[in-house]
Design a protein around this ligand. Sequence first.
Ligand SMILES: [Zn+2]
Length: 139
Amino acid sequence: MPARKKRFECGHKAFGKICRRCIYLENERLRYQRMQEQKELERRELEAIAKELGVNPAGYRKNVLLKAYNIVKQIREGAPFARFNWRLLKAMGQREIIRIKVDRCHRLIFRVDKMGTKFLELLTHERYNTRLASGGWLD
Ligand SMILES: [Zn+2]
C-alpha cells in the first residue's frame, strides 16, 4: 500500500510524521527575527558612535562613522598622528589644531596643547573649509 499524505493539525497536508512545512516556516521566522535583532543592535551601536563623535547619525554613512570612530579611538589610546593622513594647521593660524582625513570628504579635528590631545569634531570637508575660512577652531 503506497504511503498516503496525511493532514496535520496545522492544516498542511504531507507525508511523514511531522509537518516539514511548519518547521521550515518557523525556521524562517526565527531567522528573520534574528536578522531584525542584529540590525537593531547595529543601529544602536552606530547611534552610540555618532553620539560619541558629536554628530547626527543620519548625516553620515556607516563606513564614515566607523572609520572616524576607529581613528579617534586609536588617537585616544596614544597612536601617533603619523599613522594617519594628518596635518598640523599651524600655517593656517591654527597653532594647536590637527586635522586627519577620514576619507576624501570627511575630516576629524583635534586640539593638541599642554592639556593633552582632545578630539573636537567630525565634519564634511565643505564644513571644514568654511570653518577654517571663518576663524577655525581658535578659542
Ligand atoms: Zn504545517
